[in-house]
Design a protein around this ligand. Structure first.
Ligand code: UD1
Length: 361
């Protein structure tokens, strides 16, 4: 059986790594990794391959950045050739990025089976590019591997047959557990000059928060305010960095010693930073899950989440971009009154094993 696993952007690498590690050693399976190059530089891509101990991609498509249409179509054109040359039995796609939907469309039109890992998540917000990617990918995939109960329900509601849906847990937690000890040995806090449990960790990159001048300046102003209560470490995403410069908001980032702005961090460094943070403030998808697993308070600056279990069971809270509400929640955390949460079912480090068992059967 020939299996092509597709990765494209930063949040894909830690999802494919545990699976590829297993597939490489299974007899009768020829497993290859195809990197579309949606993310392409050292900080957003290469360092993840090294740290997650992924071999160099077997095929690199080098599509780079562009508008949604440009990026998606470039991936499709290049991936079509890969499917023709490789003639795979199965294409595995993960998550909800443009590479996920582009390669699914190509594979299905060539009658190749597709397995989608992290299927069924829905924010019910069709203004999010990722939501469109999720809906389209799930609607045509053959096997839908689900991380939480809401995923199963959403797929059933969309008319997907039960035999295609497999609840297997969360492969991201497989990576987290596999690399946790290694990450704990790093001296990240010392390097940044912060103390364990005495800083907040921030990431922001959602288009709805950072693409528009008013939203971004509001977000940065709120961080300014929060930093008066607890120092913040802010590994800044290239999208956010570019926009902050474009809108002349540099002063928020440059002139405040309490906001430590860094380049995007490696996988191991970021895991260390999450685990030791007093609070995480983010608009990411995956970080909501990782903090739930680590039982670290997570304040997600969004109106909705496609990962409701992190709010219902885990350590996550959704908050609007409202200064007072965010400050109040930070205070609640600092006073030790914030919920601790529980780890969801099957987030146990064995999701990739369950997926491989399904594939082999
Ligand atoms: C993409 C995903 C998003 C995911 C995020 C994680 C889609 C629709 N979006 O958004 O779901 O949460 O990745 O980061 O697929 N850039 C670099 N270096 C790189 C890659 C990009 O500097 O290696 C710059 C680009 O020039 C661009 C900006 O970062 O200006 C944003 O990149 P883009 O590809 O638009 O996607 P993300 O915002 O990262």
């Amino acid at each position: 059986m020939k299996i092509l696993s597709v990765v494209g952007a930063r949040p894909n690498f830690m999802k494919v790594a545990p699976l590829h590690r297993l597939l490489l050693f299974k007899e009768g399976i020829d497993a290859k990794v195809i990197h579309t190059g949606q993310h392409y530089d050292e900080r957003m891509s290469d360092i993840f391959f090294r740290q997650l101990e992924l071999p160099e991609p077997d095929i690199f498509l080098g599509v780079g950045s562009g508008s949604h249409a440009v990026q998606t179509s470039k991936i499709m054109v290049k991936f079509e050739k890969v499917v023709d040359d490789e003639n795979p039995d199965l294409v595995i796609v993960v998550g909800d990025v443009n590479s996920t939907v582009a390669c699914t469309l190509v594979a299905k039109k060539k009658h190749v089976k597709v397995a989608h890992i992290e299927a069924g998540l829905r924010s019910f917000d069709r203004k999010m590019p990722e939501e469109i990617n999720r809906i389209v990918t799930d609607s045509i995939s053959d096997l839908l591997f689900v991380t939480e109960e809401s995923g199963e329900k959403n797929l059933q509601n969309e008319g997907i047959k039960n035999h295609k849906i497999k609840m297997v847990g969360n492969v991201m937690i497989d990576s987290l557990l596999h690399f946790q000890t290694k990450s704990q040995k790093l001296k990240v806090l010392e390097k940044l000059g912060v103390e364990k449990n005495n800083y907040g960790l921030v990431t922001l990159h959602r288009p709805s928060n950072v693409d528009d001048e008013q939203s971004l300046s509001q977000a940065l102003e709120i961080l300014q305010k929060v930093s008066k209560r607890i120092p913040l470490v802010f590994p800044i995403h290239p999208r956010t960095y570019k926009n902050a410069r474009k809108y002349g908001l540099d002063s928020y980032l440059d002139n405040n010693k309490k906001i430590i702005v860094t380049d995007p961090q490696g996988y191991l460094e970021f895991l260390n930073l999450m685990e030791n943070a007093r609070v995480v403030i983010t608009d990411s998808g995956g970080i909501q899950e990782e903090t739930t697993f680590l039982k670290v308070p997570c304040l997600t600056l969004r109106d909705n989440t496609e990962r409701p279990i992190t709010v219902e069971k885990g350590s996550n809270t959704l908050l609007p971009m409202d200064k007072q509400q965010i400050i109040n929640k930070v205070e609640e955390v600092l006073e030790g009154k914030y919920k601790r949460g529980e780890v969801p079912h099957l987030w146990d480090g064995k999701a990739a094993n369950r997926i491989v068992n399904v594939l082999l059967n």
